[in-house]
Write a protein that binds this ligand. Structure first.
Ligand code: MTE
Ligand code: MO
Length: 320
């Protein structure tokens, strides 16, 4: 990414916002610019077709993360045909069928709220920001199934740091794209869209929290949250919000889709916890996709060493 030197005027500085965005959209559609806005100032560079992202694009993964589990990953087929992505339907097989033509390019993630440097990032900007790592994480859905996935990305903190959160920023709120035209089944899912999630600032900055752009060496399949999602391996899967368009630093705990839907069943924290059952089922065990016998669910999904300290002194039965 190119960062504009102070004192240089750009097109954005001298153009009303509406015109400026339209122009950017046109240039983007023509493939002429990839752009990021830093501190409200636009910076641009020539787009290189080699880094353009489409479903299944090969990613240049250079780091094998020490955070990876040595457990065997599930197959690509399992991971892409047993999904929760309610915008595309509530059946586990729906997202693979109905997200096929989901348009994920061009895509903009805007970062705003309690930050000194709000900005807009394209997926190319995100891909170029840091070396891509493979992180093989356990992933535990609140419904009682689990998978192991070789995700690709880097710590969310790498991105968040750039915006210089103010003293007032205590939480980070995330929002998914919602386009009823592309997601007609979303209207029947029973939850409100756009899908929203949130993390306490220290949770968002924890190195385990992954800004995820791919899996199995490729850009994310649409049904897994293309082009960019979170993966928070010590929390139930629903915290790992897909297809993110907005990141907002905020003062107080933001609303989250599932706790708004059923606050007594899904809390804000939603840490994987075999000792705190869901009101309607036990969380003590889980079924790994592809296995027959259930296995014991681990505290913080097995990531206690890295994250237990975040919750020191908190009553985890109250803050479920
Ligand atoms: N926008 C959005 N994000 C979402 C969901 C969703 O319905 N919409 N489902 C969540 C749930 S319940 C789970 S278990 C994971 C599933 O991720 P996967 O399909 O890649 O395994 O995505 C989470 N992120
Ligand atoms: Mo889930």
């Amino acid at each position: 990414m190119v960062i504009r030197k102070d004192g240089e005027l750009t097109y954005a500085d001298v153009t009303p916002k509406q015109v400026y965005f339209n122009r950017r959209q046109i240039l983007r559609a023509l493939g002429i610019v990839g752009a990021a806005t830093i501190g409200g100032k636009m910076v641009s560079h020539l787009a290189s077709p080699a880094t353009a992202v489409h479903a299944g694009a090969k990613l240049n993964v250079t780091v094998k993360s020490p955070f990876s589990t040595t457990e065997k990953p599930n197959t690509f087929d399992d991971i892409t045909h047993y999904n929760n992505f309610y915008e595309f339907g509530t059946d586990k097989s729906d997202p693979a069928k109905y997200a096929k033509n989901f348009r994920t390019s061009p895509w903009t993630v805007s970062v705003e709220g309690e930050v000194k440097k709000p900005a807009q990032y394209s997926i190319d900007d995100i891909l170029k920001l840091a070396p891509l790592e493979e992180r093989i994480y356990r992933h535990r859905c609140v419904e009682g199934w689990s998978i192991v996935v070789p995700w690709i990305g880097y710590s969310l903190s790498t991105l968040l740091r750039l915006f210089e959160p103010t003293e007032k920023a205590k939480f980070v709120a995330f929002q998914s794209l919602y386009d009823p035209l592309q997601m007609p089944l979303g209207g029947h899912a029973g939850i409100d869209f756009p899908y929203v999630e949130g993390l306490r600032l220290d949770e968002a900055m924890n190195p385990l929290t992954l800004l995820c752009v791919g899996m199995y060496g490729e850009s994310l399949p649409n049904q897994d949250g293309a082009p960019v999602r979170l993966v928070i391996p010590w929390k139930y899967g629903f915290k790992s919000i897909k297809s993110i368009v907005k990141i907002r630093f905020v003062k107080s705990q933001p609303p989250t889709t599932w706790s708004r839907y059923a606050p007594t069943e899904y809390g804000f924290y939603s840490n994987v916890n075999p000792n705190v059952d869901h009101p309607r089922w036990s969380q003590a065990t889980e079924r790994r996709l592809g296995e027959i016998l259930r296995r014991k669910t681990l505290m913080f999904n097995g990531y206690s060493d890295q994250v237990a300290s975040l919750y020191a002194g908190m009553d985890l039965k109250k803050y479920y």
